[in-house]
Design a protein around this ligand. Structure first.
Ligand code: CS2
Length: 492
């Protein structure tokens, strides 16, 4: 018997571990996924696994656009991995079988393009994180100076980026008379379907104006709202899970019980019946997207920067401090909720209370440092859009501004005790330069960062109420530290 999770090991797993309810040999490929990180494996791959018994046409070929790590872990496991759902009540384990093959894009470019161009592939899903769209976060337009885009436009048959792969595969399909696949983005971007369509259209136009028209007219890019908290897997998780399985799983994923997926129902080539697994199909995702990005992710980023600076390792540790709970509840109730326009029947009160409980889940070790990553790509849709709405109606922005100030304090790269912060961000070098130039001056730091228009746009740096509040809170963060700033928080 194998000492590793794989098809042969399934039959001998202990009874408490749920396993695929279908014969994996009958599964065909209907979906290609780009960006096979933990989030995809704890979310879309699970919804798909749920419907596979009823409809085996939707197996997933999943590609890593960069590192071979996921391939190395899952290839010896026949694509199988364990989903661990953790809460205070305990842990439920389930083996997911919907991923039939993992491809490492940089070394198997042609294989990936081939499967994307195959008529059986009807949907290309994406979780490539915010920065993977190679767009300008403030405007949502393709960043034509992005090194991967410059490369992919010059060598369009050998792409590196997600837009490069998708457009080349669409070009091949068009040439072969195969209808385009539906492009389903599952990243936390505002109007994510519209954003990916804008980026793909521009990229295609630059390759060939006719291809650009084809993308505009023929390619469906429904928007989605995706939600499930999935912290990075730790070695402790691996050990604990292997202990139960009786075999090793090199890369299980650990998540919470909550999961939500709201999708616009525009799939000209068909789709799995994901509604049978709990997904919600609607005609317009935008209100849900705003709700989630602004309430969940806006709070998450605020907690991550302030919590990290206050010395808290995880979100749950941060939320064990009542002052942070008060701040976040105030942020949601007073500053975000008035900007949301929900359809009748949506219950924001329960949603927000559930969010507080989800953030408090002590069984999840979601590091503040992990969420703090890539702030330059996240701030616009998580905090700045809300701030713009509030400014235009003259409403208070205190807690939102504190969130932005905490990000500024964080990206200086030095914490409150003088230790280095490992700031991960595609703009890290530029942020560092501003911070170094500013020295200990809050005023200079704020001014330098506001000038980055890819983040703050052309409008916010000129809004004195906004810049004044952020500077005031940044000064407090320097003087009092994050913990006291939060516990003594008052508006203005
Ligand atoms: C988090 C998200 O890392 C982050 O930036 O805010 O990944 C968050 O956990 C998910 O969006 C929850 O659905």
């Amino acid at each position: 018997m194998s000492d590793r999770l794989n098809d042969d090991a399934l039959a001998d797993l202990p009874g408490r571990v749920q396993r695929p309810a279908y014969d994996r040999r009958n599964v065909r490929t209907g979906i290609v996924h780009l960006g096979v990180g933990a989030f995809h494996r704890a979310h879309q791959a699970v919804y798909t696994d749920d419907v596979m018994a009823a409809d085996p046409r939707w197996g997933i070929v999943a590609a890593s656009l960069r590192s071979p790590d996921t391939f190395d872990a899952l290839q010896p496991q026949d694509g199988l991995y364990t989903l661990s759902v953790r809460s205070q009540e305990g842990e439920a384990l389930r083996v997911i079988g919907s991923i039939s093959r993992v491809i490492v894009a940089p070394r198997e470019i042609e294989d990936l393009l081939e499967v994307m161009a195959d008529p059986q592939t009807r949907i290309v899903t994406l979780t490539v994180t915010e920065k993977g769209y190679c767009h300008d976060p403030a405007t949502g337009a393709l960043n034509e100076a992005h090194p991967d885009i410059v490369h992919d436009l010059a060598y369009s048959m050998n792409p590196k980026s997600a837009p490069g792969f998708i457009v080349e595969a669409l070009r091949r399909r068009r040439m072969n008379g195969v209808p385009p696949f539906t492009v389903l983005t599952c990243d936390n971007l505002p109007s994510n379907g519209r954003t990916v369509k804008r980026v793909l259209t521009r990229f295609a136009e630059l390759v060939d104006p006719e291809l650009g028209r084809f993308v505009v007219d023929e390619v469906s890019c429904p928007s989605t709202m995706v939600d499930r908290i999935v912290p990075a897997t730790s070695d402790q998780d691996r050990e604990r899970i292997a202990g139960v399985l009786g075999v090793a799983d090199a890369w299980p994923v650990v998540t919470e019980p909550f999961t939500q997926w709201v999708i616009e129902d525009r799939f000209p080539q068909g789709r799995p019946a994901w509604e049978a697994a709990g997904a919600e199909f609607v005609s317009d995702v935008e209100p849900y997207e705003h709700m989630k990005l602004r309430l969940l992710n806006g709070s998450h980023s605020t907690l991550a920067y302030l919590g990290y600076l206050a010395g808290y390792e995880t979100v749950a540790d941060t939320m064990a401090d009542e002052a942070f709970v008060r701040l976040i509840r105030g942020l949601m109730d007073e500053e975000v909720t008035p900007t949301l326009h929900m359809p009748p029947g949506a219950d924001l009160e329960s949603y927000k209370s559930a969010l507080i409980e989800r953030f408090k889940n002590p069984a999840l070790k979601h590091r503040t440092w992990q969420i703090a990553m890539d702030g330059s790509q996240k701030l616009p849709q998580r905090l700045l859009g809300t701030i713009r709405d509030r400014l235009s109606s003259g409403a208070p922005i205190g807690r939102l501004s504190l969130g932005v100030a905490a990000w500024m304090r964080y990206v200086t790269g030095t914490d409150e005790k003088g230790a280095a912060i490992d700031v991960r961000d595609p703009m890290a070098a530029r942020l560092r330069e501003v911070a170094d130039g500013a020295g200990p001056s809050a005023e200079k730091l704020a001014r330098g960062l506001f000038a980055i228009r890819e983040i703050f746009g052309d409008d916010l740096p000129g809004d004195l109420r906004f810049t004044g509040e952020v500077k005031a809170y940044l000064t407090r963060l320097y003087e009092l530290g994050a913990r006291r700033t939060v516990s003594e928080f008052k508006i203005g």
